[in-house]
Ligand binder design. Structure first.
Ligand code: AQP
Length: 349
């Protein structure tokens, strides 16, 4: 049965990239599929161990999920560390995955920087924990931004290696299904999870540099629109957003070589549920001095209600904790079944 899983780390303010690349799609998918949405707090320890306000950050991501429209009664919303299966399965996957696979991850290279010897072992093993998050529920679909594509390929590699290494045991345990991967028939316990990466905003770029992704960890707050920004912040940031001196083109190919213009048009398109072509048909020939106020108005209209609802929810941490607790219990039941199967397959008494 199709099942969606995805998560967001509680590491700083959520921004428009997280919203358009991930959370907004989480909301849309819940109409047609069963969904599990997680606040991946264990992941937040990989790049930085000590957080002053991890509990508040965790609640804030949960509040953003709910404020954006995720229905925690129909679907599952919880925090990763409350279900021990994530860490348990990640350990097993650490033994399935190869160090060479991890060393190739561009996110590890970027985040570890030059001083790789000093990066945490957790940062290197991050994709193993991410594979565990997804496969603990045997999720079939994962909506994410473009930056997570490589990690999802690794999730499939881990699932495939586990299925092949333990093929006989999976059969003997009376579990798993026959699937074909490429031309290869496999008796699989874990599915080959499909990434869901599509649309104009799978990679929202920094407002200060159209070649860099919008990111929570960018030192410049002007580089991103946070979900907690008010109308004045949004207006100031869009006004200061880097652009070029040309007017907007009327056709899509006119955006080539103009990363900042392309980014702002993509954001407008996503926020208004239109295509970039459509936006250019309306604004082609106009200067940024005209386009930026329109973009500001649109961003404020879309984000203000989410912002207001987040503030309301954050004022009642007890309610958020109760939602997460209920979600953890429901997630924990599924996770316990998978871990019982996995232990049986591996031969752990
Ligand atoms: N710029 C982006 N455009 C589109 N999607 C994005 N995502 C992140 N940035 C963009 C997607 O948001 C989801 C949650 O991300 P995360 O917080 O788990 O991790 P991240 O990708 O590391 O987020 P940041 O903001 O970029 O944080 P830092 O600065 O710590 O690296 C994911 O689906 C992600 O693809």
């Amino acid at each position: 049965k199709p099942l969606v899983f995805s998560g967001v780390q509680p590491t700083g303010n959520l921004h428009l990239g997280n919203y358009l690349g991930a959370i907004r799609r989480f909301v849309a998918l819940q109409e047609e599929m069963d969904c599990i949405y997680c606040v991946v707090d264990l992941h937040s320890l990989t790049a930085q161990l000590v957080h002053r306000d991890l509990k508040e950050q965790t609640r804030s991501i949960a509040a953003a999920y709910l404020a954006a429209g995720i229905d925690a009664d129909k679907h599952i919303v919880f925090n990763q560390s409350a279900v021990p299966g994530h860490a348990e399965l990640a350990w097993i996957f650490n033994c399935v995955a190869r160090i060479g696979w991890m060393n190739r991850m561009t996110q590890f290279k970027d985040k570890a920087g030059k001083d790789r010897e000093n990066a945490s072992l957790g940062l290197l093993a991050y994709p193993s924990l991410m594979a565990a998050d997804i496969l603990l529920y045997r999720a079939t679909h994962v909506p994410v931004g473009d930056d997570q594509k490589q990690h999802l390929e690794l999730t499939r590699d881990i699932a495939m290696k586990f299925n092949l290494d333990f093929g006989d045991n999976i059969r003997a345990a009376g579990t798993g299904t026959d699937i074909t991967v490429g031309d290869q028939p496999v008796h699989a316990y874990f599915p080959m999870t499909e990434p869901m990466i599509s649309g104009a905003t799978t990679r929202v770029m920094s407002l200060r540099d159209g070649t860099k992704k919008m990111s929570k960890s960018d030192p410049s707050d002007l580089s991103r629109i946070n979900l907690t920004d008010d109308a004045d912040d949004i207006s100031r940031k869009i006004k200061k957003a880097k652009t070029d001196p040309e007017a907007l083109p009327s056709e899509l190919d006119g955006l080539e070589g103009r990363p900042e213009a392309s980014n702002l048009v993509g954001i407008y398109a996503a926020l208004s549920d239109r295509t970039k072509e459509d936006v250019l048909a309306e604004y082609g020939g106009q200067q940024f001095s005209a386009f930026k106020p329109a973009l500001t108005e649109l961003a404020v209209t879309v984000l203000a209600p989410i912002n207001a609802e987040m503030r309301k929810l954050e004022a009642d941490p007890g309610h958020i904790d109760a939602v997460l607790k209920k979600g953890s219990e429901r997630a924990g039941e599924i996770a316990a079944r998978t871990m019982s199967d996995v232990k049986d397959i591996i031969g752990l008494l």
